[in-house]
Design a protein around this ligand. Sequence first.
Ligand code: KIV
Ligand code: ZN
Length: 514
Amino acid sequence: MASERVVIFDTTLRDGEQSPGASMNLEEKLNIASVLEGMGVDVIEAGFPIASDGDFEAVNEIAKVVKNSTVCGLARATHMDIDRAAEALKPATRKRIHTFLSTSPLHMKYKLQMEPDAVHEAVIDSVSYARNFTDDVEWSPEDGSRTEHDFLCKCVESAIRAGAGTINIPDTVGYAVPEEFAALISMLFNRVPNIDQAVISVHCHNDLGLAVANSLAAVQVGARQVECTINGLGERAGNAAMEEIVMALRTRADAMPFETGIRTEDIIKASRLVSAITGFAVQPNKAIVGKNAFAHESGIHQDGVLKHAETYEIMTPESVGLTQSSLVMGKHSGRHAFKEKLKDLGYDLGDNAVQDAFKRFKDLADLKKDVFDEDIIALVDDEVVRVNDRIKLVSLEVLCGTEHRPPKATMSLEIDGKTSSCTATGDGPVDAAFNGVKQLYPHDVSLQLYQVHAVTEGTDAQAEVTVRLEENGKTVNGAGAETDTMVASVKAYLNALNKLLVKREKTDPGARSV
Ligand code: KIV
Ligand code: ZN
């Protein structure tokens, strides 16, 4: 019997971006959208166009370039929101407007301050209005899992009659438990007379760690779209993790005979990209994409896996795109081999970018004995984030340790083409270096996150540093990867600062100085 298809609706760029600190710029969103499209995501929710000019632009640009996935824009139940979403989605080959309105007693009373009848009218009006712009309209009753059943059935029936082809039931606050959530979906199938005219979707949050379990329970009783995000990013504790949904369906096809169109071999690439861009590290024991997900530490397990992998592996590392950490090349490797390696790792770079990456690879091979796939990935990702920077690191020297108190950083920066130098001190070497940047380019922003992790094992490993800066409620993430942790730190700081300057210029085009 052929398996039934489950539509994968990815909301990394919308709900995922709503995670505090996970904001992404246009280039980063385009990058992620391209990976999502490549891996076979059916619907990409690209943003909430009315939320800001940046969100509008991102949805609009993604709509221009994505050809194989449906591009979706979120809108509240107002004509203004829907107009803005429709405008942003205009260039899309396939477009969807996703409109939503709260239906739970709590939300209607305190958040919307609307009577149920008015909410019901607004549902009909918003869905009908959205249908003027596209045949593909999705409607969500926000806080659906805490909505009274009679009212939920009434709104769902009306939304379908008004033209919604997808009805998405959110567990907005991550309150549901699997059996109960499945019963809610079954209840809709049993009681809504026109339910067969729509695809039923679910959107589960992870506040109790049940987002994936709830989503899969819903699929088993008839839901045929799952809304999810890479690495489970999203509001508060996040959304259902796409990699977990997809691999659970693939690995346990015997228990859950459903297919997705996802090329699972791209999962690790997508996970790493989202983690690098947002600065949200993936916990080592995270299912599917954690560093330890396929590692076998105990002797008994290692012995078992060597004898027969299935003793302790329920899926192969290759099925999610994990290649054996292999020694790639040394300093004698040529440009051609390097280019092939980039292709193997899933990078499709232009000639100039390959040239720059190759030069950095050669420098790295001089510094580091063994160059692994992970090193190449970190190096290329580092190159990708540093485009059109106004402030660049020219040189850095840091003195620290027991004989150098306080630590001292001497640095040169190129700012808008002009090089200047300074020496600064601080509580520690990182503090001294960041103070140096502030001395050369005075600015007043708050450092919200400074995080270092080693790309590979060993003391000569590259350090991957993430810096998050905040200004007037806007946050940006910067990244830097180098064998020298201090250089990586300053590069990450400058990367974040450069992004902040771009943000400032967008809100105030005259703002070239601090
Ligand atoms: O969690 C939620 O209810 C949402 C809706 C907009 C679908 O994100
Ligand atoms: Zn949500």
